[in-house]
Write a protein of this length. Structure first.
Length: 446
């Protein structure tokens, strides 16, 4: 077929007959072309996924598009190490995605910036997302004040991975439930282990362990409406002293993650018998430990200072958020609902190993009865979030840095905690100023 571009335009001043002939030719060519029926407009939902999850969600998105032919999903995979900064840069530049996966400790920060769309009204009208189907402590990480800003996508908390055989040789058939019993068990393991071996690995460059112990002891971590540090108070001091004492007694080596060449090899060799870690290690232990040790390791909920009620752990994981600047909010919410369905949660778990955020999925899939995963099922019913302030992770980092000075340098605990309070109070200075301004504004209202 001859293309319209091959027809020469008549020169200015050409005879009228030539112009008419050219127009007639164009009309006949147009008549030869098939008529294309205009369909409904296609909306594009931009989704940012982090790490491996961003790769996997691309496959799930294709099924969503088949169900919703008027919606296309454009997935961008972002490394975890760059995600926080990239999201902040996108917000400042007015280029946020429509939907994103965010770590649930980031939600207070992005909610405070006004970047996130409240989801209460959408959840109230949803046949898929039901708060009663989720773990309560995980759901709470998405609540800021009275507003909901995220839907849990997958969950994370910490439990103890341990060598059953080593514990049994020390005289214990199961993990104790209290701090006192746990410390006695660790001392028994250390006596039987011999030189160069320890009861537990507590990496000194991680904030999770001392924070969890503080939460177990009933510390709020922050006080006066999250305006000041609460680390010199008796609750956190009790937890901090318990944590530091494990190193002083020689039950844990004073080393960080970067000082262990291969933590799985060391666990297999019995260099330490216990490790507080997360659900990603369910798969890693199955892959990395030798076959003869697969029946020798187990998981257990964390012991607490005062029995069952105090056996809490940290509420973690990732949530799906809808950005306020999105121009396709109904379509974006459809995607969040799709990824929240029970069958999608099961599929996502099988593809990634990430634990489902919905408790009903644990029961229907049989995951709650898996002997290795059951400790997470139990622990997820007893999790609490970090303080819901944008500075939470920075505060947590200060905790481990101060603890490391005590462990390695011998700084007295009272002085360390006083200095920690002073450091955290400086971090929260801007927050206090903002809250004071809001308080004055409320007082000035008629």
């Amino acid at each position: 077929m001859i293309g319209a571009a091959s027809i020469r335009r008549p020169a200015p001043g050409a005879p009228v007959a030539a112009v008419a002939a050219a127009l007639a030719t164009l009309a006949s060519l147009s008549a030869c072309r098939p008529h294309v029926q205009a369909g409904p407009p296609v909306e594009t939902v931009r989704f940012w996924g982090l790490g491996r999850e961003g790769e996997v969600v691309g496959a799930l998105a294709r099924e969503f598009e088949r169900e919703n032919p008027g919606i296309r999903v454009r997935v961008q995979q972002i490394p975890w190490t760059a995600a926080h900064e990239k999201l902040l840069t996108a917000f400042v530049g007015g280029a946020t995605p429509d939907v994103a996966q965010v770590g649930n400790t980031w939600i207070p920060e992005f909610a405070a910036l006004g970047a996130l769309e409240p989801l209460d009204r959408r959840v109230a009208g949803s046949a898929v997302v039901d708060p009663a189907r989720y773990f309560g402590g995980i759901w709470a990480t998405n609540l800021i004040g009275d507003s909901l800003y995220g839907i849990p996508w997958y969950v994370d908390t910490r439990v103890i991975f341990y060598r059953k055989d080593i514990l049994a040789r020390a005289g214990y058939s199961e993990m104790p439930a209290t701090w006192a019993g746990w410390r006695e068990a660790m001392e028994a393991v250390a006596r039987h282990a011999g030189p160069g071996r320890w009861a537990i690995f507590l990496p000194t460059n991680e904030w999770v362990q001392p924070v969890i112990f503080g939460l177990q002891a009933g510390s709020p971590l922050l006080r006066d409406g999250d305006r000041y540090g609460a680390f010199s108070d008796s609750a956190f001091r009790r937890a901090f002293e318990f944590y530091v004492d494990l190193f002083r007694r020689g039950l844990a080596p004073a080393i960080g993650n970067n000082e262990v060449a291969n933590v799985y090899q060391e666990f297999a060799r019995g260099r330490f018998a216990m490790w507080i870690t997360g659900p990603w290690n369910l798969g890693e232990f199955r892959r990395r430990l030798p076959p003869e040790l697969q029946d020798a390791w187990a998981t257990a909920p964390l012991p607490g200072p005062d029995g069952e009620a105090s056996r809490v752990s940290l509420a973690g994981g990732s949530s799906l958020v809808l950005f306020r600047a999105s121009r396709v909010k109904p379509a974006a919410w459809k995607l969040i609902e799709f990824l929240s369905r029970p069958e999608r949660q099961i599929e996502f778990y099988r593809l990634t190993g990430d634990l489902p955020a919905r408790a009903d999925v644990w029961e229907s899939s049989g995951l709650a009865r898996d002997p290795k995963a059951r400790a997470f099922w139990v622990q997820l019913h007893r999790v609490v979030p970090l303080p819901k302030v944008p500075e939470a992770e920075l505060v947590a980092t200060k905790i481990y840095q101060r603890a490391e000075r005590v462990i390695r340098g011998g700084e007295p605990v009272p002085r360390a905690l006083a200095r920690l309070d002073a450091e955290v109070d400086r971090i929260l200075e801007k927050r206090r100023w903002i809250l004071a301004r809001e308080d004055r504004a409320r007082e000035d209202r008629p």
